[in-house]
Design a protein around this ligand. Sequence first.
Ligand SMILES: [Zn+2]
Length: 206
Amino acid sequence: MSVTTSPPGTVGTSWERVNLGFVSAYVLARNGEAVIVDTGVSGSESAIGASLGVLGLDWGDVGHVIVTHLHGDHQGSLPAVLNQAPQASAYAGAADIPGISSPRELIPVGDGDQVFDLEIIATPGHTPGHISVYDRAGGLLVAGDALNGSDGGVIGANPDFTADIAMADDSIAKLAALPFDTVVFGHGEPVVGGASQQVAALSSSL
Ligand SMILES: [Zn+2]
């Protein structure tokens, strides 16, 4: 699945879902450069490479790798991905960095930080250092496990795997204040169209 999230005629961000089965990673691309958000379980690097190819890019075009949180199904292929993309910088939320295995130093990011013109939104709760990635111009939110896709809609963090559900709900309220058309998740199908309204409705129900 490849979707251009900006209107035709503008220099927009394209994105590709790396559907790894029960978890997904994402490749965002603009002007011939790519950002990888999450890396799947270990052994996912070839699928990520294939998604780069769908966007007309290869490993040499990857400037940045962002890990939304420390869970193994999101960071498992980080060492392999960084080996494939030796020039890429890698980022995660400060509180999760000690729990992430990386061959290179991870750059701590949070509210107010930008990577490749993408805004980092601190969304703690699922894990203490969970972050989401927001393409304001393109109307795309990469929510990691702060939200989940379910039945074509959006639900909150999975309480079975969430460190602090009250904090996770507060993070959903924070995301609900942002405008975006599309939201994509670590788990579940992307919601394309009217996504921020769905997140706002979810937040007011929590
Ligand atoms: Zn998780």
